[in-house]
Design a protein around this ligand. Structure first.
Ligand SMILES: CCCCCCCCCCCCCCCC(=O)N[C@@H](Cc1ccccc1)C(=O)O
Length: 816
């Protein structure tokens, strides 16, 4: 009986296996490629746009940037002139530059406040002035805020006139030993608008306290500074000056020479939002007056976390020195408004290094040291071609800009909206989009300079070549060509170039979409950047694949924070904020979000590609109903293909700790998820919380976007047809096949979802696997041939889309 049952089971199993195998084989050999009617376009055909030298030149120009970099510090007049020119031009440059530069590491997210940056630049522009002196050349980029302005005016007056007439009134040595803050003349000007302007900034210390302070000037001063609560629009910094003759410091001084020393220490603090004071560093040092010898100033500057604050804040320090104790005089030797320890150091040194301390002290009595608030340690990229983009492109594409059929509008200052007016209003318009901004170049080890548009071995190297200027200029080239050849469109179309796509497009594309919506415009379809013609990227397909993004993953950027009590590193708790956070991060990385392969448009990718695959793959991909788990596993191996099977997790930032012997009380990390269309932002957060499973880790959402809807890739849909046909017209002769897919990153398209259901994402770039890392990475480049193809691709899109409808595409494909 038992044997009989076993036999039955075995037979049944064998039968099932046989049926399944038969089904798999039948399926494998019956799936047919999806074909398309559009004939490939060849070079002989009229209408083929050949990339001549001028065209390549125009593209190169669009990629060129002038790079200006400097460190805050002491500059000669010529350098300052350059900086002034630069700042002026920066103010006129599209915002994306500011966006780009403030996106540069190591700045933190909180520093990225683009409007504020631009506003500051505008303010600076209005107030750029020079102070000219022999050695110390200072540019004053005055920020808003009356107090600071007042100081700056004073400093200009005094520095532009004969310094001899502008000595500050002497202060008595008593004053130094007393509370200097009571003297309004030497209260730091940043405090003059305070309601409580009498608050002491300077206090005396007992001799016993001094050694402690000089070695650890920071702690006690913080408290005092925190007592001050007034807020100005501008940065306010507290400084306390401690003066005392300190015998400890005289220990190494030869006995036979009389010395008088002033030891000093400053806590450098700055005011941030919410009235909170942050300690950013300290100046500890001594100034000496050796009778009969030159004065000396030694200062040790230490600034903590200056990179965190450099973009938003400046430091105001009053250096007060006892100039001549014998004569009972003292001077406020310099006032600094600066960012970063290097500025402090260079300023103090330039004061100290002077043979004769006195003149400099007088001259610099109220110096505002260069406040390169935004510029510290950053490299600026000045886009000469995009500066006044409209004007330059007018010259480069005269027919486009003169045509009565084309109107151009500047949106949100820097974005561009072209309307190409068609003659038949019954035809629904469509839209082509691209973006003018680029991401910065954090490393400079490129094979060719990233902003010089050099051509090497047939490739144009440059930031923006594939992301996204080949699209912008490809569209303009194609339109220029068409209009020159008397093209008069029937169907109206729009061209939108955003200026801030790389930082979410919330000013550019958003405003363009808003404008079109307000005009009641509804589009037939929209084409933006996306994957491209991928060769060797998708496993099993030897032909190039024109992959068109029919949906876009969502994203959520999370901040993970852990706070502990901190303290001295000699007495650590068992777990630190860093350790707890690291563990949370490790949990996230070792527990990836589950594969949801097959539930989104990636299913369409393999349905379209299965017939084109080599045999073992063809069998597997044609029978996804059976092989989903296997395929999902294989796709998970490589980052590029893994990106389409699940919600991904990328830990992009981690910050904690300031000093080797201080236990970091706070650690934070940024995690960026790209969300598969079958999940939501909330699903992702719930998953993360479960995985981390630790209430000490606080999770906050920084920015998020739900996945975008899936646009139809049915072969009867006009927009899909246009894109597919145009791809095949340009790349068909390589045997290229077209497939729908999922865009793993984001574009400006999310701003347009209200004005069309049919959004396609495709970049006309031919990509090998190693090229994928060029997006936002090193050696971004495009071959001149590929640029030519890009131009021709847009030529075909515009020509094809001008028809009322394309002939129905011959369908052989079917659901797999
Ligand atoms: C099956 C295999 C699939 C492989 C697909 C490979 C396709 C590669 C396509 C890459 C396109 C990159 C386009 C980049 C655009 C971009 O970086 N956008 C940004 C936009 C953004 C900026 C700030 C906040 C949110 C969003 C981004 O996604 O981070």
């Amino acid at each position: 009986m038992g044997a009989e049952v076993i036999k039955q089971v075995v037979y049944t199993a064998m039968f099932v296996v046989l049926v399944v195998t038969a089904a798999v084989i039948v399926r494998t050999f019956t799936v047919k490629p999806r074909t398309i009617l559009a004939p490939p376009c060849t070079e002989d055909e009229s209408g083929f746009i050949r990339a001549d030298k001028e065209m390549i030149n125009r593209f190169q120009t669009s990629l060129k940037f002038e790079t200006i970099s400097w460190e805050p510090g002491v500059y000669n007049v010529e350098e300052l002139l350059n900086i002034q020119e630069f700042i002026k031009s920066l103010v006129n440059v599209p915002t994306f530059l500011a966006y780009n530069l403030i996106n540069l590491p190591p700045l933190k997210k909180e520093n990225v406040d683009c409007l504020r940056v631009i506003q500051e630049l505008e303010d600076m522009k209005a107030q750029i002035k020079y102070v000219s002196s022999s050695q110390l050349e200072l540019v004053n980029f005055v920020k808003s805020g009356k107090a600071i302005k007042r100081v700056s005016e004073t400093s200009f007056v005094s520095s532009q006139t004969d310094t001899a007439h502008h000595e500050l009134p002497d202060f008595t040595s008593d004053l130094l030993d007393d509370n200097l803050g009571h003297n309004p003349d030497i209260t730091p000007d940043c405090a003059t608008d305070d309601a409580d302007s009498n608050t002491s900034l300077v206090s005396t210390m007992s001799e016993e306290e001094l050694p402690y302070l000089t070695s650890n000037a920071v702690g006690p001063m913080l408290n005092v500074a925190q007592e001050r609560s007034s807020v100005l629009n501008t940065v306010k910094v507290k400084s306390r000056v401690f003066t005392r003759t300190d015998k400890h410091l005289l220990r190494d001084v030869p006995k036979h020479k009389p010395y008088s020393y002033t030891s000093y220490s400053y806590a450098l603090q700055s005011q941030r939002e919410h009235n909170q004071e942050y300690l950013i560093g300290s100046v500890v040092g001594k100034k000496g007056l050796q009778h009969g010898h030159k004065h000396s100033v030694n200062a040790n500057i230490s600034c903590q976390s200056t990179t965190d604050i450099q973009c938003r804040e400046s430091i105001n320090v009053v250096l007060t020195a006892q100039m001549n104790k014998a004569a009972s005089t003292s001077k406020e030797v310099s006032k600094m408004n600066c960012t970063g320890s290097n500025v402090l150091a260079s300023t103090i040194n330039s004061v100290a290094d002077k043979d004769n301390y006195r003149p400099i002290a007088i001259k610099s009595s109220k110096i505002l040291v260069t406040t390169l608030v935004l510029l510290d340690r950053l490299q600026f990229q000045l886009d000469t071609s995009s500066n006044q983009f409209g004007f330059k492109s007018k010259h480069a594409y005269p027919t486009v800009h003169k045509s009565p059929l084309v109107s151009v509008e500047v949106i949100a200052n820097y974005s561009l909206l072209y309307t190409v007016h068609g003659s038949n209003s019954a035809l629904k318009p469509y839209m082509l989009t691209g973006h003018l901004d680029v991401v910065p170049v954090p490393e400079d080890d490129w094979d060719a300079p990233p902003f010089a548009a050099e051509i090497k071995n047939g490739f144009i190297y440059g930031r923006g070549t594939i992301d996204d200027k080949h699209i912008v200029f490809g569209i303009l080239e194609a339109l220029e060509f068409l209009l020159k050849h008397d093209f008069k469109p029937e169907r109206t179309f729009y061209i939108g170039f955003g200026h801030d796509e790389e930082v979410a497009g919330e000013h550019g594309a958003f405003r363009i979409a808003e404008l079109l919506t307000s005009r009641g415009i509804h589009l037939d379809f929209l084409l933006d950047e996306g994957p491209g013609v991928l060769s060797g990227v998708i496993p099993g397909v030897s032909k190039p694949v024109g992959l068109v993004g029919c949906s876009e993953k969502g994203f959520v950027t999370l901040k993970l924070e852990v706070s502990t009590s901190g303290g001295h590193s000699s007495m650590p708790e068992k777990e630190s904020s860093i350790g707890i956070l690291a563990q949370a991060i490790t949990r996230l990385e070792t527990n990836p979000h589950p594969s949801v392969f097959g539930t989104g448009p990636e299913k369409g990718t393999f349905e379209h590609l299965a017939p084109e695959m080599n045999l073992p793959y063809k069998m597997v991909m044609s029978n996804l109903w059976l092989f989903y788990p296997l395929v999902s596993r294989v796709l998970s191996w490589k980052p590029s293909t893994n990106s389409i099977v699940r919600t991904t997790t990328a830990v992009t930032q981690f910050n904690a700790g300031i000093k080797p012997n201080i236990i970091a009380p706070h650690a934070e990390a940024i995690v960026n998820h790209r969300i598969h269309p079958s999940e939501t932002v909330q699903d992702v957060i719930d998953f993360d919380k479960k995985v981390i499973n630790d209430d000490r880790v606080k999770i906050t959402i920084i920015q998020s976007q739900e996945p975008l809807p899936v646009s139809s890739y049915d072969d009867d849909v006009f927009g899909w047809q246009i894109v597919k046909t145009s791809i095949l017209q340009v790349w068909g002769h390589y045997g290229t096949v077209v497939a729908p897919g999922l865009m793993p990153a984001n574009t400006d398209t999310r701003h347009y979802t209200e004005i069309t259901e049919n959004i396609y994402r495709f970049s006309p770039s031919f990509m090998l696997p190693e090229d994928l890392s060029r997006f936002h990475g090193r050696n971004e480049r495009i071959s001149t041939k590929n640029y030519e193809e890009a131009v021709n691709f847009f030529y075909h899109v515009i020509k094809n889309a001008d028809k009322a409808k394309l002939e129905p595409v011959h369908k052989h494909g079917e659901e797999l």
